[in-house]
Design a protein around this ligand. Structure first.
Ligand SMILES: Cc1ncc(COP(=O)(O)O)c(C=O)c1O
Length: 463
C-alpha cells in the first residue's frame, strides 16, 4: 500500500484511498447528471469541447446549468446547489439580483445599443474614478480587451516594446499575455531568468519573446530584471494578489517596492484587477493595499453579470487616447445595457455595507474551514480576501507560481471539488481556483460548503 506522510498536516494521506474515493465520486457525479451528459453530447457536435469557452470543460462533462436565484443555481437535471463558483467570480450581487434586473429592464425599453455615448458611461466612469483614484476611464467588453488595451497604452506611453508579467499569471487570451501562464516545471528555466513560454499554439515566437516573466512576491528579482532590460520595458502587468493559482496575497512591502521600481525605470505599472476590482474592497486591491498603479484593468464582477470591462488610467495615459495616438475602440464599448447593469451594481448593490458583509461571511467560512482542517489534520490551509477564499492543498503557504507547481496536491484538490459538487455545492472547477461569495449567501449556505469539506476530510483521513 502506498502511504505518503505529508509534511504539515498531522494526518497521513493514503494515495490508494484517494484514488478509490476519486473514482467513486466521479461515478456519482456522472450518475447524477445524465441530462448534462446529454447536453454535452449535443454540444460536442457544434462547439469544440461542447462548450462556449474552454475554461468550462470538465470531467466527466460540464454540469450544464438552467437558472440561478440569489445564492442558488439549478442544473439541467433539476439539482439545486449553493453557488460558490459564481460565474468565475462575477456574481457577487447574487443571481437574478432585483436591483440590477430592474435597471437592465428599464434600459431594454429605451433601446439597448447606439454606439453613441449615453449618460450611463459617464456615471460608471465617475464611480470607478472615485473607487480607484484614477481619473480617466474607458470601457471594453471583457477582461481580455482591458488588458490588451492596457498593454497598447503602456507601449504607446513609453515607446518601448517589452512587457513584464508575473510567472504563472493569467490576464486573458491575447498575444502579449498568453506567455508563462501555466508553464510546466520542465519548461520554466532559471528562476531569476525564466523562459517566455507560450500558453498553447497560435502565438508568434517574436511576440512571445517580447513578454518576460518574473516571480511574484520578489521585488529583488524584479529589480534585477529591470536593470537587465533597462530602457526596453514598457509595462509590468500583474494582479496585486494572485488569484489564478488559488489566492496568493502580496507579502508586506512588495507592492510598494514594485511601484517604486516601476517609477524609477519609467515602466507603466498595470494592476490587473479583473478578479479583485469589484470583489475585495470598494476600490479593489488598489485601495485595499494602498498602492496606485498607472492603469487598472477591470471586468467580471464590475458589470454585475453582463459582459463588460474597463480600464482606469492617469491623465498622462488618457491623453494618448484623446490625441488619437493609441487607438482604443469597440462597437459595444460603454453599451447602455451593460452600463445600466454596472451602474446599479456599483452604486446600489456593492456598497461599503455589502463589502463589509462579504468580508464577514468570508471570515466565517474561512474560520469553519480552518476548524475542519485542524480537526482532521488535513495537509492544507485557507486564504481569503474580501468575497474570495479557498482551501489550498499545500502543507505550507505559497508565495509564487513555482511553489504552486511543486507544493499543491492536485489529487486532493480534485477530490474535494467532487465532494462539493456531489453535496450541493457548485464550486469552481480546477485545482487552482477559489470561491466567490455573493451578498445573497446566508450562514446556512456557507455551512453547506463546510459540511461538504468535512465529509471529504472524514473519508480521506478515516480508516
Ligand atoms: C486576472 C484576469 N485578467 C484577465 C482575465 C480575462 O478576462 P475575460 O475572461 O473577461 O477576458 C481574467 C479571466 O479570468 C483574469 O482572471
Amino acid at each position: 500500500m502506498s502511504v505518503e506522510a505529508t509534511a504539515h498536516g498531522t494526518s497521513t494521506i493514503n494515495r490508494e484511498k484517494v484514488a478509490a474515493l476519486t473514482e467513486r465520486e466521479l461515478r456519482r457525479l456522472a450518475d447524477r447528471t445524465p441530462q448534462s451528459k446529454q447536453r454535452h453530447e449535443r454540444g460536442l457536435k457544434v462547439m469544440p469541447g461542447g462548450v462556449p469557452s474552454s475554461f468550462q470543460e470538465n470531467d466527466p462533462w460540464p454540469v450544464y446549468l438552467e437558472r440561478g436565484e440569489g445564492a442558488r443555481v439549478w442544473d439541467v437535471d433539476g439539482h439545486e446547489y449553493v453557488d460558490f463558483h459564481n460565474g468565475f467570480g462575477v456574481m457577487c450581487i447574487g443571481h437574478a439580483n432585483p436591483q440590477v434586473g430592474a435597471a437592465v429592464k428599464a434600459r431594454v425599453d429605451q433601446g439597448t445599443h447606439f454606439a453613441a455615448p449615453t449618460d450611463g458611461s459617464i456615471a460608471v466612469a465617475e464611480e470607478l474614478a472615485d473607487r480607484f483614484g484614477l481619473p480617466q476611464w474607458r470601457f471594453t467588453n471583457a477582461g481580455t480587451e482591458s488588458t490588451m488595451d492596457a498593454v497598447h497604452l503602456a507601449r504607446g506611453a513609453t515607446g518601448r516594446d517589452v512587457i513584464l508579467k508575473i510567472e504563472g499569471s493569467y490576464h486573458g487570451h491575447h498575444d502579449a499575455v498568453m506567455v508563462s501562464v501555466y508553464p510546466p516545471l520542465e519548461a520554466l528555466g532559471e528562476r531569476d531568468d525564466p523562459r517566455s513560454v507560450p500558453y498553447g499554439e497560435g502565438y508568434p515566437k517574436a511576440l512571445t519573446e517580447l513578454t518576460r516573466a518574473v516571480p511574484f512576491n520578489d521585488a529583488e528579482a524584479l529589480e534585477k530584471a529591470l536593470a537587465k532590460l533597462d530602457g526596453q520595458v514598457a509595462g509590468l502587468i500583474m494582479e496585486p494578489a494572485m488569484m489564478n493559482i488559488n489566492i496568493i496575497p502580496p507579502v508586506d512591502g512588495y507592492l510598494e517596492r514594485v511601484r517604486e521600481l516601476c517609477t524609477a525605470h519609467g515602466v507603466k505599472l498595470i494592476f490587473d484587477e479583473v478578479k479583485t476590482g469589484a470583489t475585495i474592497a470598494r476600490g479593489g486591491a488598489s485601495r485595499r493595499f494602498g498602492v496606485r498603479a498607472d492603469m487598472v484593468t477591470l471586468a467580471k464582477a464590475v458589470c454585475g453579470g453582463y459582459p463588460g470591462g474597463a480600464i482606469g488610467m492617469t491623465e498622462e495615459i488618457a491623453a494618448l487616447i484623446a490625441e488619437g495616438r493609441v487607438h482604443q475602440y469597440g462597437t459595444f464599448n460603454g453599451n447602455p445595457l451593460v452600463m445600466a447593469a454596472a451602474e446599479a451594481t456599483l452604486t446600489q448593490v456593492l456598497t461599503e455595507d455589502a463589502y463589509a458583509k462579504l468580508e464577514s461571511s468570508n471570515d466565517w467560512l474561512l474560520g469553519r474551514c480552518d476548524e475542519i482542517i485542524e480537526r482532521y489534520g488535513l495537509p492544507c490551509y485557507t486564504e481569503g480576501l474580501g468575497a474570495k477564499g479557498c482551501v489550498i492543498f499545500a502543507g505550507e503557504p505559497l508565495r509564487e507560481y513555482r511553489d504552486y507547481l511543486t507544493k499543491v496536491d492536485g489529487d486532493l484538490a480534485t477530490l474535494a471539488w467532487l465532494y462539493h459538487m456531489n453535496n450541493g455545492v457548485f464550486m469552481t472547477p480546477g485545482v487552482e481556483e477559489e470561491w466567490t461569495l455573493s451578498i445573497a449567501h446566508s450562514e446556512e449556505d456557507l455551512r453547506r460548503f463546510a459540511n461538504a469539506l468535512e465529509a471529504f476530510a472524514k473519508d480521506v483521513t478515516g480508516d
